[in-house]
Design a protein around this ligand. Sequence first.
Ligand code: SF4
Length: 276
Amino acid sequence: MTDAEKKSSTTQKVTTQNEASPKTKRSTKKASSTKSDSAKKSTAKKTIAKKRPVKKSTAQKLYQRLMTKDEIEAFFTILQRENPHPTTELNYSSTFELLVAVLLSAQSTDVGVNKATVHLFKAANKPDTMYALGEEKIRDYIKTLGLYNGKAANLYQTCHILATQYNNEVPDTREALEALPGVGRKTANVILNTAFRQPTMAVDTHIFRLSNRTGLAPGKDVLEVEQELLKRIPKPFLLDAHHWLILHGRYTCVARKPRCGACVVYDQCQFLEKTE
Ligand code: SF4
């Protein structure tokens, strides 16, 4: 092969490699077409997705609108008129007994807690004497309650801390209370409010439901509801609001079928699905 022939052969090879064969061209076209189709489909899917109705979620508003300032004022004025001195339904005769009762009340009714504490408090009603009972005996007294194993362990340790670090007393600060075993934000709020008369708001299941239903203080979690309630409830009602709301939620604005027909704050409530 001459030099000229060799050059010609090399040029042809390079040309052949650089050009797409008709088959490759078809594949590319097909690929490009497939990509374009899939892009179209994807856009179409997005369009369809956008048009789909928004699914109902738990964040959906249950109330028509937020209660106004005047409605909130009227709401609590009525609850106060109906029950001028609201209080907890847990039986207790000292701050320590209240702390014990609230600590035991998680996932238990107040009636159930009272049945257990009537015997427990007879056996011991101070941190040191309750600690002296021992964890096993404490467990025996409260075994009718849910989660009694964990509650007995927490109560036993809490008694030890109160006896050894707080001179057998219950501390009056949130920080110290929440450091006790079994005492969370809600329990601390109850103690601060009921025993130490601080304007705190312990949000339980009843208050959470009622606040979201009525448009009083909606929120996605208990902390948000707590903060909204503290912001929106007029000061003169703040100290007792916690009890009015719990009692109203427990007996009237009940979970499944609220008793709207018998509700004293029907006119102020903004719930969209009031019952007769
Ligand atoms: S019982 Fe009915 S009317 Fe009363 S607060 Fe509850 S939802 Fe509103």
